[in-house]
Write a protein that binds this ligand. Structure first.
Ligand code: ADP
Ligand code: MG
Length: 357
C-alpha cells in the first residue's frame, strides 16, 4: 500500500525551481531517505510534505486524501527539523510529554511513555533538566523523542543527526532505524550523508537540482547508478572517461583496453560514457610475468590503512584507480610497489557522463 504520494510537486522561489516536478510514492511502513547535495531541494520538499510550504503546483496526498492545502497542524505528522523548536523553559520530560498533553493522554500513560522514550534516547537521568542546559546532541535526541511520542502516522526528519559527533551519530542511526521498524512508522529522512542513507533507508531518493535523479533500494542504487552524478554521490567510485564504440571493449584514458559485460545503458549511448568500478571490485595482485585480460599494470602511490580496511591508490599510467581491501588480505602492500589491478568485466559499469550545466 502507498500512503504518501507526490504528484508533479513543484516549488518556485521567484524564478528558481527549488523542487521541480517531483513524482513519488512512499510505501507504508518504510524509511525513505531524500539524499543529495546542499541546495538540491530536500528541505523544501520535506516542508511541502509537512504542510509548512505550499507547492507552486502539484499535489500531496496521504492515505488517499488530498493534503495539498491542509495546514501542517492538521496533518498529524511527527517532525524534527534542523531548528528543533524545543521549549527551552520546559524540562526534558515536559518537552517529550508535550504532544501527549495536547492529545489529553492520561497522566500515568504519559509518564510511562516518557520514561520509555527517555530510556530510548539514553537520557533517563535528564528528565528534570531544562532543555536549555543540554548539549546540542542531547537536544536533538529530545526532539526525536518528542516527535514520536504520540505515534504519528508519518515521521519527517530533516538532518536530525547532523549536530551529533560521529560515534553517537552512528549509534543513533541504528536506534532510529530499529525504532522505526519496531513501530512500523512511515518515515522520510533528509540527509546529505550517503553512508547514513545506506545505513537507514529502505529506499533512497537521490535528488539533483530539485529533481529526482534516481529512486531505489540502497544497494541497487549503489550497484546500478543511472548517471555519473548518482554514482559519484553514492559511495566511493572510480569514474573514468572512456571511449566506447558499442562493442564489449572500452578504451581507458591511458590507452589500455578492457572488456565489459554490461551493454552501455540506453541513456549513456548517445553522449559521453564513463566507466564506474567500485574500489572493492578492483583486486590487486603482485606484478608477475604476463597479465591476463582486464589486468592493468600500475604502481601503488598511496595507502590509507585504517586497520579495518585499506585503500590503495594505484597509478595506471594515464589515470589512477582506488582499490579497497583489508590489511589482512594485503599485508605486504607498500607505496612504490608495482602492482596489477584486475577489473572484472561484470563489475565494470558504463554510465552516462554528467552533462555540463
Ligand atoms: P537542501 O535542503 O537540499 O539543502 P533547500 O530545499 O533548503 O535545499 O533549498 C533548495 C533551493 O531553494 C536552494 O537554492 C535554496 O536557496 C532555495 N530556497 C529554499 N528556501 C527558500 C526561500 N524561502 N526563499 C528563496 N529561496 C529558497
Ligand atoms: Mg536542507
Amino acid at each position: 500500500m502507498t500512503h504518501l504520494t507526490l504528484q508533479a510537486v513543484t516549488k518556485r522561489f521567484h524564478t528558481a525551481f527549488a523542487v521541480d516536478h517531483v513524482d513519488l510514492a512512499v510505501p507504508d511502513g518504510k524509511l525513505v531517505c531524500f539524499l543529495g547535495p546542499s541546495g538540491c531541494g530536500k528541505t523544501t520538499l520535506l516542508r511541502i510534505i509537512a504542510g509548512l510550504e505550499t507547492p507552486s503546483s502539484g499535489a500531496v496526498a496521504f492515505a488517499g486524501r488530498d493534503l495539498t492545502h491542509v495546514p501542517a497542524n492538521q496533518r498529524d505528522f511527527g517532525m524534527v527539523f534542523q531548528s528543533l523548536a524545543l521549549f527551552p523553559h520546559m524540562t526534558v520530560a515536559q518537552n517529550v510529554a508535550y504532544p501527549l498533553r495536547l492529545r489529553r493522554v492520561e497522566r500515568s500513560a504519559q509518564a510511562r511513555r516518557v520514561a520509555e522514550l527517555l530510556e530510548l534516547i539514553q537520557l533517563p537521568h535528564m528528565a528534570d533538566r531544562p532543555v536549555s542546559q543540554l548539549s546540542g546532541g542531547q537536544r536533538q535526541r529530545v526532539a526525536i523523542a518528542r516527535a514520536i511520542a504520540s505515534s504519528p502516522k508519518l515521521l519527517l526528519l530533516d538532518e536530525p543527526l547532523s549536530a551529533l559527533d560521529a560515534k553517537l551519530r552512528e549509534a543513533m542511526q541504528v536506534e532510529i532505524r530499529l525504532l522505526q521498524q519496531r513501530l512500523g512508522i512511515t518515515t522520510i529522512m533528509v540527509t546529505h550523508d550517503q553512508r547514513e542513507a545506506m545505513t537507514m533507508a529502505d529506499e533512497i531518493v537521490v535528488m539533483e537540482k530539485g529533481r529526482i535523479a534516481q529512486v531505489g533500494k540502497p544497494l541497487d542504487i549503489y550497484r546500478n547508478p543511472v548517471s555519473e552524478f548518482v554514482a559519484d554521490f553514492i559511495g566511493l567510485g572510480n569514474i573514468l572517461p572512456v571511449t566506447h564504440d558499442g562493442g564489449d571493449r572500452i578504451g581507458l584514458p591511458g590507452g589500455q583496453q578492457i572488456i565489459v559485460d554490461a551493454a552501455p545503458r540506453a541513456n549513456g549511448a548517445a553522449g559521453e560514457v564513463r566507466l564506474l568500478i567500485r574500489p572493492e571490485d578492483v583486486s590487486m595482485r603482485a606484478a608477475v610475468a604476463s597479465p591476463g585480460p582486464n589486468v592493468l599494470a600500475g604502481k601503488v602511490t598511496f595507502i590509507r590503512d585504517v586497520g579495518a580496511s585499506l585503500e590503495a591508490t594505484i597509478d595506471c599510467a594515464g589515470f589512477t584507480l582506488t582499490a579497497a581491501t583489508t590489511p589482512r588480505e594485503t599485508p605486504d602492500l607498500q607505496v612504490g610497489m608495482p602492482i596489477f589491478a584486475e577489473l572484472p568485466p561484470h563489475a565494470c559499469k558504463l554510465i552516462a557522463a554528467r552533462t555540463a550545466h
